[in-house]
Design a binder for this molecule. Sequence first.
Ligand SMILES: [Zn+2]
Length: 123
Amino acid sequence: MTSVDDGVDLEQVAALLRQRHEQTVEQIRVQTAESHNLRQAARHEPGDVADAGSLISDTAQHDIVTATLTEQAERLSAALDRLRDGSFGLCGTCGQQIPLARMEIMPWATHCIPCQQRAERGR
Ligand SMILES: [Zn+2]
């Protein structure tokens, strides 16, 4: 059923995907807790202006990381959904099987490379 190319099979990619999703969710949890702590610190210990400034930029940095992680988690969770409904690894444009080697690197990929490149050029 699944062609074994490059020694990667769908099971492995699926396992990798679940693992990445778990890790990302865990990182979000840590980031959220940390930025919560930073905000608490900023509120309770105003300190001098320089400190307050660095606290604010730390918090901003955390927010950017959290936003990126959240986006990543959403993509991974969408990929897990596709895994369940059987459309995982199929190109959303041409319906062809996306090479598993690509799915291993980018498990959230929804398009094969040619379709992706066409879409990017068309932008
Ligand atoms: Zn395609």
